[in-house]
Design a protein around this ligand. Structure first.
Ligand code: SF4
Length: 450
């Protein structure tokens, strides 16, 4: 059975139990980050911007890397052997674009890169990055992986405040992305939904980064901002029509969230007549939390301080999520995320037991059943070429499809080389159209649909 990266560490910096502390905003950056600009990979436009805003709220000079381009791949490839996964090439290439900027100062630069343990190559990213910077003669560049393991030393004394604001930022940015994806395919004025999204993201980040707010004040400000954003999207002229193909999107988290890496698959899908329901970031955090508790129980630590912290964190995160999503019940009718991640994991257990595997592949196994019951017309798995998540999932999908009324499921792999996906998408959507006519679970629609 395949083992995979320890996801508790992949999102470790969101897993500090002290987030309960009702502190009042920022002090200053941790000693290591003082005087440095911290650059964040653009894993998702809105999630990364929200995370940078959360860091700024605690006094860290954080910004998201500019969108990737062909130079990204050129620089990434120059320092890799060619066997690494695409996220390695994209993140390294983007970091090196900063390094080659005129006036670049290694002593005033830091790059954020999450890390993990286990056989997945992701665990090698941070040591490899450090090696590349050393080889280039820049050992002073900091590579930051904030985690509960080091008490958020790199984030400074405000680590717990940061983690709570970051969590809220992820939930809010998931909401914003969902609004975009459920509106854009139906917009009457091309570009209107993207413009509303860009404006809303700036508004969201301004709220997230305000310093010296209590947790309560920040939550109230975020809820108010989200209601304004909701109303902005509701006001966009749109021709909602039943029958457009709804496609669930899952797979490796970086590649599915990063438009550049997946060659803008969602826009292409929309252009071919589809609508995407993208598995979001908070779902991954719920999975990581669940996995952490699973590991504590497995290690005989059911009644431990660590378990208590995990439970408290869970309650706080749930309460925050509930408050932020409360105003969207009608807008997201038919697009509800799982109320409890256990529901997804249990469904996937028959195909890929959690006891022997971990990571996106476990979520993907369970999401097939979830998407199926929500009435999607097909499922696309996005993964980097040679990613173990995609490979394992692809082996499971034929049986899953067979046992779920023949729902079409297709893997799309990406290696950064480009290529036209339109033919493949159109063929897949033909299958989805045939399935739509006979699917056993109808899709529910919000009231804006006729
Ligand atoms: S692309 Fe797949 S194998 Fe590579 S780091 Fe990501 S999850 Fe691991």
């Amino acid at each position: 059975m395949v083992a995979h990266a320890r996801p508790d560490l992949k999102a470790g910096w969101l897993q500090g139990g002290e987030a309960a502390r009702g502190g009042r905003g920022a002090d200053a950056a941790g000693p290591g980050l003082m005087g440095r600009r911290l650059y964040l990979p653009r894993m998702t436009d809105c999630g990364a911007e929200a995370l940078a805003a959360a860091l700024r709220s605690v006094g860290i000079d954080a910004m998201v890397l500019p969108p990737s381009d062909s130079r990204t791949l050129e620089l990434g490839a120059r320092h890799l052997a060619g066997e690494e996964c695409l996220p390695a090439k994209v993140t390294l290439g983007d970091f090196l674009r900063v390094v080659e900027t005129p006036g670049f100062d290694p002593g005033k630069t830091a790059f954020m890169m999450a890390t993990t343990e286990g056989p997945c190559r992701f665990g090698q990213y941070v040591p490899y990055l450090r090696k590349v910077f050393r080889d280039l003669g820049y050992p002073e560049i900091m590579v930051v992986s904030p985690s509960s393991g080091d008490g958020y030393r790199q984030v400074g004394a405000s680590g717990p405040d940061f983690t709570r604001t970051a969590w809220r930022g992820f939930v809010a940015s998931d909401i914003l992305r969902k609004l975009l994806l459920r509106t854009r395919p139906y917009e009457r004025a091309p570009g209107a939904a993207d413009a509303a999204y860009a404006l809303s993201l700036r508004e969201l980040c301004a709220t997230l980064e305000s310093p010296r707010l209590t947790h309560r004040e920040r939550l109230e400000a975020l809820v108010a901002a989200l209601i304004r954003i909701r109303d902005r999207f509701r006001g966009l002229p749109a021709g909602y029509e039943r029958g457009r193909l709804l496609i669930g999107i899952q797979g490796e988290i970086f590649c599915r969230m990063n438009d550049f890496s997946n060659d803008h698959l969602i826009r292409r899908l929309e252009a071919c007549g589809g609508e995407a329901w993208l598995s979001d970031i908070s779902e991954w955090v719920w999975y990581c939390n669940n996995h952490q508790e699973h590991c504590l129980r497995r290690d005989g630590r059911r009644f431990s301080l660590a378990m208590l912290r995990a439970k408290i964190r869970d309650r706080i995160q749930h309460a925050d999520e509930l408050a932020l999503r409360a105003s969207f019940v009608e807008d997201f009718r038919g697009y509800e995320d799982p109320a409890d991640i256990e529901e997804v994991l249990r469904a996937g257990d028959a195909y890929l037991p959690q006891a022997g595997a971990a990571g996106e592949m476990v979520m993907s196994a369970g999401k097939v059943d979830y998407f199926f019951r929500k009435g999607v017309d097909g499922i696309i798995d996005i993964s980097p070429f040679s990613c173990m998540n995609g490979i394992v999932s692809e082996a499971l999908y034929p049986r899953q499809s067979q046992e779920h009324a023949g729902i079409p499921i297709k893997n799309f792999y990406f290696d950064g080389k480009g290529g036209d996906l339109t033919d493949d998408l159109e063929i897949f959507l033909e299958l989805a159209r045939a399935y739509q006519r006979r699917k056993p679970h109808p899709r529910r629609h919000p009231s804006c649909f006729p």
